[in-house]
Design a protein around this ligand. Structure first.
Ligand code: UDX
Length: 432
C-alpha cells in the first residue's frame, strides 16, 4: 500500500482521496481553504455525493485519510501526488492551468526522489510535459521524479461508484516503470488498465467528453426535428438504442448539456484544435446546437405563455445541471431562469437540493422549499432538471395551484397522456 497526497479537496480530489483510502492506501488531502479542511477533519462533507460521507468517515476512523492545509505539507512524505486542482475555462476558451502551475512550483522543492506526480484534473494535451518542466525549473530533481496523466471519468452524483467500478483506468506515461507503479494503486479494482503516451491519455479525456456532448447535441437536434414532423423522440431513441453500435446511454433529449465539464472541455478542445490548425467544425456544431437548445427552452416558454414573457409568473422545478447533485455550475436551468428574468418574467423556483447558496445564485427569483409553492400562481411550470421526486407529485394539486395548467417538461420526465388527462396543456422535448 502506498502513501498518497491529493492536492485539492474538491469534488474530484475528495472522491479520489476517500476512494484510495478505502482501497487501503494512506492518503493526505490538501486544500488551501482552511474552513473546508477543518470541516472535513470533523467528517463534514461539503458536497452532495452518494456514498462519499461514509467513505470519508471510514477513512478518518481508520486514520488512512487526513486533511491538511497547503500542498507542500501533504506532498513532502508522499510516494504519489495527485493534482486535483481546478482547471477553469480561460477567457479564450482554453483551460487555465495557473492553479496547476502554482502547485507544481510549491511542491517541487519538497518532493523526495522517486515521487510520482499524477495529473488527475482535466488538462490539455501537453500538460504532463508542462508539469515535468515546471518541477525541473522549480528545484525538483527531475530525473528522480516522474509525471503521469491519469484522467478521471467521474460523473457527479455517482462518482464514488464510478471510481470503484470504472469502465477503464487510463495512465499516460512515457516511463513504463512509473506507469506500472501508478497502475498498482488501482490493482484491487476490476477494470482494464490502459497505459498510453501522455498526450494520448490527455486526449482520451477530451475526446470522451466531446463525444458524449456530441451524442447529446445529436439527440437534441433529432428531437427538434421530431417536433416538426410529428415523430416522438422517445420512440426514435428506443429504436436507435437497440443497435449495439449506438446504445441507449446519453441519448436523453433535454435543455442542452451543462455542468462543470462538458461546456468547459468542449471549449478547450476547440481552442486546442484552433491552435493546432485543425478546423473541428463538427465540435463547433455540437456547441452551437447546445447553446441554441438552451435558448429553445425560452422560445417554448414564451409560446406557452401566449407570446410574451413580460410580467408572466413562471414556476420552475429543478435548478441543478442534472438530478442528484447540488451543483449549479453551468446549469442549463440557471441559464433558462436568467433568460426568463431578462424577458420580464417573475420566477419562483424549487429544487430538492437548494439551500442559501442557491438563493444567492438565483438572485432576482424566489427560491422556495416546496414544489407546490413554486407552482402557485404560475402561468407556466417549467421542469428543468430530472429529479425523480417530480414524477410522484400530486398533479391534481399542482393544477389547482396554477393560474393556467401549462407545463414545459424540458426533461421528458412526465407522461404526456396522463398530464393531458389531468387537464394540463403539456409540452415536452421532441414529442409530437
Ligand atoms: C461528465 C462526464 O460524464 C464524466 O465522465 C466526466 O468526468 C465529467 O463530466 P458530469 O458533468 O457529472 O460528468 O455529468 P453527466 O452525467 O455526464 O451529464 C452532463 C450533462 O449532460 C448534464 O447537464 C446532463 O443533464 C446532460 N445530459 C446527459 C443530457 O442532456 N442527456 C443525456 O442523455 C445525458
Amino acid at each position: 500500500m502506498s502513501r498518497v497526497a491529493i492536492i485539492g479537496a474538491g469534488y474530484v480530489g475528495l472522491t479520489t482521496g476517500a476512494c484510495l483510502a478505502h482501497l487501503g492506501h494512506t492518503v493526505v488531502c490538501a486544500d488551501i481553504d482552511e474552513e473546508r479542511v477543518a470541516r472535513l477533519t470533523k467528517g463534514e462533507v461539503p458536497i452532495m455525493e452518494d456514498g462519499l460521507f461514509d467513505l470519508v468517515a471510514e477513512g478518518l476512523e481508520s486514520k488512512r485519510l487526513r486533511f491538511v492545509i497547503g500542498a507542500a505539507t501533504a506532498a513532502k512524505t508522499a510516494e504519489f501526488v495527485f493534482l486535483c486542482v481546478p482547471t477553469p475555462q480561460g477567457d479564450d476558451g482554453s483551460a487555465d492551468l495557473s492553479f496547476v502551475e502554482d502547485v507544481a512550483r510549491e511542491i517541487a522543492p519538497v518532493l523526495r526522489p522517486g515521487t510520482v506526480i499524477v495529473n488527475k484534473s482535466t488538462m490539455p494535451v501537453g500538460s504532463t510535459r508542462l508539469v515535468q518542466r515546471i518541477l525541473g525549473e522549480s528545484g525538483a530533481t527531475i530525473d528522480a521524479i516522474g509525471v503521469a496523466s491519469n484522467p478521471e471519468f467521474l460523473r457527479e452524483g455517482t462518482s464514488v461508484r464510478d471510481f470503484l467500478h470504472p469502465n477503464r483506468v487510463v495512465i499516460g506515461c512515457d516511463d513504463p516503470k512509473i506507469a506500472v507503479r501508478v497502475s498498482d494503486l488501482y490493482k484491487s479494482l476490476d477494470a482494464p488498465i490502459l497505459i498510453t503516451e501522455p498526450a494520448s491519455a490527455e486526449m482520451i479525456k477530451y475526446a470522451s467528453n466531446a463525444f458524449l456532448a456530441t451524442k447529446i447535441s445529436f439527440v437534441n437536434a433529432i428531437a427538434n426535428l421530431c417536433e416538426a414532423v410529428d415523430a416522438d423522440v422517445r420512440e426514435v431513441v428506443m429504436g436507435m438504442g437497440y443497435d449495439n453500435r449506438i446504445g441507449f446511454e446519453f441519448l436523453n433529449p433535454g435543455p442542452g448539456y451543462g455542468g462543470s465539464c462538458f461546456p468547459k472541455d468542449t471549449a478547450a478542445l476547440l481552442h486546442a484544435s484552433d491552435l493546432a490548425g485543425y478546423d473541428f467544425s463538427l465540435l463547433r456544431g455540437v456547441v452551437e446546437v447546445n447553446r441554441a437548445q438552451h435558448e429553445r427552452m425560452i422560445e417554448k416558454t414564451r409560446r406557452l405563455a401566449g407570446g410574451s414573457l413580460n410580467g408572466v409568473p413562471i414556476g420552475v422545478w429543478g435548478l441543478t445541471f442534472k438530478a442528484n447533485t447540488d451543483d449549479l455550475r453551468d446549469s442549463p436551468a440557471v441559464f433558462v431562469v436568467r433568460r426568463l428574468l431578462e424577458e420580464g418574467a417573475t420566477v419562483r423556483c424549487y429544487d430538492p437540493s437548494a439551500d442559501e447558496r442557491a438563493s444567492k445564485v438565483m438572485a432576482g427569483t424566489e427560491v422556495v422549499s416546496d414544489p407546490y409553492e413554486a407552482a402557485r400562481g404560475a402561468q407556466v411550470l417549467a421542469v428543468l432538471t430530472e429529479w425523480d421526486e417530480f414524477r410522484w407529485l400530486d398533479f391534481a394539486r399542482v393544477r389547482e395551484e396554477m393560474v393556467s395548467p401549462t407545463v414545459l417538461d424540458a426533461r421528458n420526465l412526465l407522461e404526456p397522456s396522463t398530464m393531458r388527462r389531468l387537464g394540463f396543456n403539456y409540452e415536452g422535448i421532441g414529442r409530437s
